[in-house]
Ligand binder design. Structure first.
Ligand SMILES: [Mg+2]
Length: 255
């Protein structure tokens, strides 16, 4: 008896361009595709938000934060901003524990709020790439660990401000109901819902843990890891995930 062979699977797209081509082909075939984009560290560089906030704290509380105020006597390179605020402050010469604790509290109030998200800077090429994916016919899903109570309005505002597709057909913003929920658990749970919506064509992340979870959950999707900042205690990135610096086309292809 002849053994029935499974139909060969279509090749997974292995580049940013190939993802767009794949989505176009699936759209032409009448299929629904999805592209999942994380925000912090994936589409946006948050270091500018932190620098802006620290600058504001140094001006508002000048005498209370002498170390920070002194740091702003010098020009600050964005490279000073680490994933950890404590490391950033140490690099800036803020050494007094009480000052550090005070700054951390003031920073957190601002960083996790609607008002300060506009100080994020889009990752190079991110806006035009998301627009291409959207135009190709995929539903763009912004899947972020930001929370609905404090950050949804600012998130929407910033996406619109920088020209990302948002609020229109073919887009979806999914945030956490509660800030306290772990990012990994949240993304795992939401994946079941996303799976029912259509074929996930591509996933974009900057946290190795999330990248690994999403790749395991959507093995047929192309998976991209943006080399920005991530948790220091992150696991190793699983095999088959493509590392990208940003969303710009490869050098030779740039107009
Ligand atoms: Mg992120």
């Amino acid at each position: 008896m002849a053994v029935k062979k499974a139909a060969p699977k279509a090749e997974k797209p292995d580049s940013l361009d190939a993802v767009v081509g794949h989505i176009e082909a699936r759209t032409a075939a009448g299929r629904s595709t999805l592209a999942i984009f994380d925000l912090d560290g994936t589409l946006f560089d948050n270091r500018t938000r932190t620098i802006f906030i620290l600058r504001e704290i140094s001006e508002q509380f000048d005498s209370k934060v002498p170390g920070l105020a002194a740091a702003f006597d010098r020009f600050q390179d964005l490279a000073v901003v680490d994933y950890s605020l404590e490391t950033t402050l140490a690099r800036m010469g803020v050494k007094h524990p009480a000052e550090t604790a005070f700054i951390k509290a003031e920073w957190a109030k601002r960083f996790f709020s609607d008002e300060y998200q506009k100080y994020d800077m889009p990752i190079p090429g991110a806006k035009s790439y998301v627009c291409r994916v959207h135009r190709a016919g995929a539903t763009v899903i912004y899947l972020t660990g930001r929370d609905v109570g404090r950050m949804l309005v600012g998130t929407t505002e910033v996406l619109r401000l920088y020209g990302f597709p948002v609020g229109v057909a073919g887009t979806m913003t999914i945030v956490k109901k509660e800030f306290e929920q772990s990012d990994e658990l949240f993304k795992k749970e939401v994946s079941d819902y996303i799976d029912r919506l259509g074929e996930v064509a591509a996933v974009f992340e900057n946290e190795p843990a999330n990248s690994n979870i999403l790749q395991a959950r959507f093995p047929d999707a192309a998976s991209f890891f943006v080399l920005t900042q991530h948790r220091p205690d992150a696991p190793r990135l699983a095999a088959g995930i493509h590392k990208i610096k940003d969303f710009r086309p490869p050098k030779g292809a740039r107009r």
